[in-house]
Design a protein around this ligand. Structure first.
Ligand SMILES: Nc1ncnc2c1ncn2[C@@H]1O[C@H](COP(=O)(O)OP(=O)(O)OP(=O)(O)O)[C@@H](O)[C@H]1O
Ligand SMILES: CC(=O)N[C@H]1[C@@H]2OC[C@@H](O2)[C@@H](O)[C@@H]1O[C@H](C)C(=O)O
Length: 384
C-alpha cells in the first residue's frame, strides 16, 4: 500500500480539535486533545471539551425533508456552528490557534446507506470544512467515513480505533458501549486485529422521536426517564420490533436514522396514538433488549472473559435506561466510561481529534474487522 507523505512528525505532540454532531443532531461536541505517537504507540490526552447546542430551528431543518438547495445551505450553515465550537474549545483551554495542528470534523450525517442495504453503498456528512477553515484559520480534516466505504466497508463505527488506543485492557477485553442516537459497541483487547465493533441498534433515537411527538416538541428526549417511567411496556409490540432484520444480521453492521428515525416513530404512533408513555417504555426496552441480545449473540461468544461494559453517550443520563441495562446484563459489570478517567460525553469528539492527528502522519485508522473494509486506509481529506 502506498501512503501519502506524512505532514507532521508522529513523535511530536500534535494538538488537534475534534468536532462532531452525532445522530441525535442536538449539539456540536468539540474536544481539544494532545496526541503523541501513532498507531499502537499513540497516546491521547483530553485538554478541554465543550458541547454547543444547536438552536431548535436548525435541529428541525436537519431532521426535516431536504432538497438540493436546503442541503447545500445547511452544509454552509453547519460549517459556522462547527467553527464556533472549535473557537470556543480553544478559548476555554486558553490555547492559541497557532498551537493547534488541525481540526478533525466529522460533520453531521445526513444519509447512511451501508453495504447490504443498497446497490450502491454511500454515506454523507455535511458541515462545510472550507467554512470551518476560513473562520478558524486552521487546516481541517473531514469526510472520515467515505474512504472506508470506497474500500468496501460501512464507514462506521470508527470509534473502535479510539477505544483501542485509549482503553484497551491489558488482560481481559473490555466492551465500550455508546448510547447515542444509535447504540454501538467496541470490544478491545491488546491486539488491534482482534478488535471488533458494530452498531447494536437504536440508542435514544426512537425515544427522542416519541418524546418530541408526545410533547409537541416541548421535550426533545425522555428527560431523566420521566416519560418512559410513567408507561408500561407493550409486550407484543416489543416482540415485533425485536424481529427487525438489522438486529438479526451478523456484524459488520451499521445503521442510522433511515431505520430508527421518524418513519418508525410515525408507524408506532399510528398503532397506539393514545399510549405515548407506553410507547416510550417500549422503546426504552427495545434499546435494552437489542443491546443485551447483541452481547449474547456476538460479544460473549468471542470474548467470554469480558471484563466489563463501559458506557458513554447521552443515554448515561437516562437513569431508567442505565438501571434496566445493568439489570438485564447482570452479572456483567456495567460501568460508566468516567470510571476509566475519561468524560463520557467527550469520547466521540475526541475520536475525530485522534483521526485528524493520524491523518497528519499518514496512519490508516479504520479497523477493517469492525467496518468490513477490504483493507486499512488513511481516513479523511484535507482543507488547508
Ligand atoms: N437528561 C437526560 N435524560 C434522558 N436522555 C438524555 C438526557 N440527556 C441526554 N439524553 C439523551 O442523549 C442523547 C444525546 O446523546 P449523544 O450526544 O451521545 O448522541 P449523539 O452523539 O448525537 O448520537 P450518536 O452517538 O448516535 O452519533 C439525547 O438525544 C437524549 O436522547
Ligand atoms: C453513519 C454515522 O454517522 N454513524 C454513527 C452513528 O452514531 C453512533 C453509531 O451510529 C456509529 O456507527 C457512528 O458514529 C460513531 C462516532 C462512530 O463512527 O464510531
Amino acid at each position: 500500500m502506498r501512503l501519502p507523505p506524512p505532514l507532521s512528525d508522529s513523535e511530536r505532540p500534535r494538538l488537534c480539535i475534534g468536532l462532531l454532531s452525532g445522530t441525535s443532531a442536538d449539539a456540536v461536541e468539540a474536544a481539544l486533545c494532545e496526541v503523541t505517537g501513532t498507531g499502537g504507540g499513540a497516546r491521547l490526552r483530553l485538554l478541554s471539551h465543550v458541547s454547543a447546542p444547536f438552536p431548535p430551528d436548525v435541529v428541525a431543518r436537519m431532521l426535516g425533508p431536504q432538497d438540493a438547495h436546503s442541503l447545500s445551505r445547511l452544509d454552509f450553515e453547519l460549517g459556522e456552528y462547527f467553527a464556533r465550537a472549535a473557537l470556543q474549545v480553544m478559548e476555554q483551554a486558553g490555547v492559541a490557534r497557532s498551537d493547534v495542528a488541525a481540526i478533525g470534523s466529522h460533520g453531521q450525517t445526513m444519509a447512511h446507506h451501508p453495504p447490504g442495504t443498497t446497490e450502491v453503498p454511500s454515506t454523507l456528512q455535511i458541515g462545510e470544512p472550507s467554512v470551518i477553515a476560513e473562520l478558524t484559520g486552521l487546516p481541517v480534516v473531514s469526510d472520515f467515513r467515505t474512504r472506508d466505504v470506497a474500500a468496501g466497508g460501512h464507514g462506521a463505527p470508527l470509534v473502535p480505533y479510539f477505544d483501542w488506543v485509549a482503553f484497551r485492557g491489558l488482560q481481559a477485553p473490555r466492551a465500550l458501549q455508546n448510547l447515542g442516537g444509535i447504540a454501538n459497541v467496541s470490544v478491545v483487547g491488546p491486539r488491534l486485529d482482534d478488535t471488533f465493533a458494530f452498531d447494536t441498534g437504536p440508542g435514544n433515537m426512537v425515544l427522542d422521536g416519541l418524546a418530541r411527538r408526545a410533547t409537541h416538541n416541548r421535550l426533545a428526549c425522555d428527560l431523566d426517564g420521566t416519560l418512559s417511567g410513567q408507561g408500561r411496556v407493550i409486550p407484543e409490540l416489543l416482540e415485533e420490533l425485536l424481529t427487525d432484520d438489522f438486529l438479526a444480521r451478523p456484524p459488520p453492521k451499521s445503521t442510522g436514522r433511515e431505520r430508527y428515525g421518524d418513519a418508525l416513530v410515525e408507524r408506532l404512533w399510528t398503532i397506539h396514538p393514545d399510549r405515548a408513555n407506553d410507547l416510550l417504555a417500549t422503546a426504552l426496552e427495545l434499546t435494552v433488549e437489542s443491546t443485551a441480545r447483541a452481547y449474547e449473540t456476538w460479544v460473549f461468544p468471542r470474548a467470554p472473559d469480558l471484563e466489563a461494559m463501559y458506557v458513554s453517550g447521552g443515554g448515561t443520563r437516562n437513569p431508567r435506561l442505565m438501571a434496566r441495562l445493568e439489570a438485564r446484563l447482570a452479572p456483567l459489570p456495567v460501568r460508566r466510561l468516567d470510571s476509566l478517567g475519561f468524560p463520557e460525553g467527550a469520547k466521540e469528539a475526541a475520536l475525530f481529534a485522534l483521526l485528524a492527528a493520524e491523518y497528519l502522519v499518514g496512519t490508516p485508522a479504520n479497523v477493517p474487522s469492525a467496518t468490513g473494509a477490504k483493507r486499512r486506509v488513511v481516513l479523511g481529506k484535507l482543507t488547508p
